[in-house]
Design a protein around this ligand. Sequence first.
Ligand code: 13P
Length: 279
Amino acid sequence: MTLATLSEVLNPAMRGGYAVPGLVCLGWEDMRAYAMAAQAERAPVILQAGPSCRAHTPLPVLGKMFCHLADSVDVPVVVHLDHGYTLDECREALDSGFTSLMYDGSRKPLAQNIEETAQVVALAHEAGISCEGEIGFVGYAGGDASAGTDPEDAAVFARDSGVDAMAISVGNVHLQTDHEGGLDEARIRAIEAVTEVPLVIHGGSGVPLAQRAALAAGSRIAKFNVGTELRLAFGNALRRAVNADPDRFDRVAILKETHDPVFEAARAVIRGLGASEKG
Ligand code: 13P
């Protein structure tokens, strides 16, 4: 059993000059490939169930799948709820074996975000697990625009909510299919100056790879969430597998061909954050 809480993997990462990947899971094929990639790299890993994953598979089932994978490797595995929007959803994740809860109150006014996040922090800490919150708003490519994190708000949010990790908006955008743009390092340094909490970057796929590596090594950013980059690897492999043989219809045979590309893509993400050999 290698189940770990978010704090157990992020605090050593912040001190040790690397970051832990928060890998976006959608189903058995990708989560298994991620766990095997972490094992191959001897790295800690965070398996995340976000809203679209939960719309497809019930949380109690996901909890069992993640915990089974944690059991089958000997590197630390965090079982993480990504973008929980209600206290009930967070409670259900806790009851399903999750070891880390993200409460996303980032669309709400500061005081409400703090109050609601603090309730999830209390729930998590009472159970001996971790809680991530978000301050500022990380937008979506082709969707809602970002609202950058104000460093003073971040300091108040971290202090008054009691979160174990804080997601910030510093030029990052969810769902980018390229690595254009880049993060606002001056804003990251201003946030680092006013809080000690490990920082989290959502929308990690869109961050230029060199900047991802440099910030993992030399900032308080201890977690990069990466989804789109890996979903592209899965989708491209699935398309190749389906198109390779028009007579084939067995999904297990088709899905098997997604394993190697997703496994390799996850290994590359882990290596890029300096997390290899840290598990
Ligand atoms: P990307 O899909 O843009 O990498 O974002 C992942 C994420 O932040 C999930 O919370």
